[in-house]
Design a protein around this ligand. Sequence first.
Ligand SMILES: Cc1cc2nc3c(=O)[nH]c(=O)nc-3n(C[C@H](O)[C@H](O)[C@H](O)COP(=O)(O)O)c2cc1C
Ligand SMILES: Nc1ncnc2c1ncn2[C@@H]1O[C@H](COP(=O)(O)OP(=O)(O)O)[C@@H](O)[C@H]1O
Length: 307
Amino acid sequence: MQIIQGTTEFELCGKSAVSIGKFDGIHLGHQKLLGNILEQKEQGQKAVVFTFDPPPSVLFGRADDRELMTKKEKRMAFEQMGIDVLIEFPLTVQTAATLPEDFIEDILVKKLHAEYIAAGPDVSFGDKGAGNYMLLRSMAGRFGYQVEIIDKIYFNGREISSTYVREELEKGNMEMVAKLLGAPYGISETIAHGNSYGRTIGMPTANLLPSAAKLLPPRGVYYSEVFIKERKYAGITNIGYKPTVSDNGQMGVETFIYEFDEDIYGEEMTIRLLSYKRPEKKFDGKDALKEQMMKDIEEGKAFHFGS
Ligand SMILES: Cc1cc2nc3c(=O)[nH]c(=O)nc-3n(C[C@H](O)[C@H](O)[C@H](O)COP(=O)(O)O)c2cc1C
Ligand SMILES: Nc1ncnc2c1ncn2[C@@H]1O[C@H](COP(=O)(O)OP(=O)(O)O)[C@@H](O)[C@H]1O
């Protein structure tokens, strides 16, 4: 996958099928949109995802800048789906002020050679976000591209959106999050060193230190699945500050991996959170913590492998 970032000066070779959006979480609605542009590859078009970096809501301070997926996680997901080109278009006060008509002509037509554009009914681009699907349609004849406006998908009577996913994530409802995303909530990072206490009690935990931009569910223990070097394992994960043993307040994600015994410091790891078990607690000393962790790990065994 080609990634175009940090520049507004680019031009693709060949024709493209483009989808514009923020794609936070890449939920089922996003996947439907992306499926449409991926289908166009059979017609010889490149599948192109156009995103703004940072998103307009962040540039204009209307939203917090934490996201369901980090930039790195989105790149990995687009690559896996078969997207050919990802554009992380630098959004500044200047580029955001591009007239919507100029955005279509200069970017979609001249730089991307768009022949097909798929968007949701709420697509928005150009100065004050005034560019919408009607404008895309009205200029289609003149520039010879086709526009497809993709209907929203509903779950339990509510439109699937990043906001819906965030709300369920904040409740720790990982089963629901997985339904909206089409897969469990993932966290991908490099494995870091911790205090090396875990292994002394027979429960080593691989530590991830997610960026402050990554949205996390409530502090607590979760049953999880783990991906390291293309292999999948069962795991149990604690998300939080480890208040029993640490007072630095640093948010961490640490996972005991079942039936595993390797040194994996520095490796890339993805964990997916399947189900919330209990809140993180400050125990009265390490013995009480150890006892609870052993119980958690036993119960996790039953969750993953049956009892
Ligand atoms: C299943 C599980 C549950 C945990 N629950 C808690 C908890 O409730 N409170 C807490 O302070 N730490 C909790 N931890 C984190 C432990 O404190 C941590 O794994 C241990 O101190 C080892 O840390 P290290 O990787 O830095 O050596 C939990 C860890 C695991 C794997
Ligand atoms: N079953 C396992 N689950 C998690 N990590 C394991 C496991 N077996 C070996 N390891 C290794 O042990 C490390 C964690 O040990 P731990 O004592 O908790 O140290 P640290 O505090 O540095 O994370 C992991 O990063 C990994 O390299």
